[in-house]
Design a binder for this molecule. Sequence first.
Ligand SMILES: C[S@@+](CC[C@H](N)C(=O)[O-])C[C@H]1O[C@@H](n2cnc3c(N)ncnc32)[C@H](O)[C@@H]1O
Length: 197
Amino acid sequence: MTEIFSDTGFRQLTQMFSAIIFFHTSEYILAIAYHGPSRVTLSSLLITKHYALAMLISVLEYLIEIVLFPGLKQHWWISNFGLMMIVLGESVRKTAIITAGRSFTHLIKIRREEHHKLVTKGVYRIMRHPSYSGFLVWSVGTQVMLCNPISAIAFAVVVWRFFADRIPYEEHYLKQFFGSQYLDYAQKVPSGVPFVN
Ligand SMILES: C[S@@+](CC[C@H](N)C(=O)[O-])C[C@H]1O[C@@H](n2cnc3c(N)ncnc32)[C@H](O)[C@@H]1O
């Protein structure tokens, strides 16, 4: 049990909670900045029941493993690589939100609003779904940083599947809104999520 309160446990759990708090508060603040407080609800914190459960299970995995297999958490090059994934994923996602501005909404729009413009500049020139790609890297990074083998694989599979379903749905409406402009864009620029066209 003392391993939980060791330098390793303290550092990795502090990094985990800091990453989570920074991610969710910055999502909320940016949503308010671009859409105004009256149009933003607590759902912009992006904390769903399933997500909270997944994070809780990952912390349980960490606590069990640090007690039973403390050596597993001492692979610092893996843990530091995970920390780099967190920073990279967060940076890509927030760059996407700032680049898209008011066109970026947490809920997928099924009706076009007047201010909604197709964004193809900046990070959207490199990939069509930078915020999803960033979240995938960020979420798997949290588990790599904790040296959590089970949750790292589970997060990669579940988050990838979530975006593999969401992207065709979102693009169905983007094609309706922007027609050939979106089709041309989609032909030239990859999705940014591995194995999703
Ligand atoms: C949660 S945001 C995700 C945006 C994008 N998929 C990404 O990963 O950066 C979803 C909203 O962004 C809008 N959207 C997605 N790509 C866009 C683009 N290239 N230009 C303008 N709006 C876009 C969609 O219509 C949807 O309402």
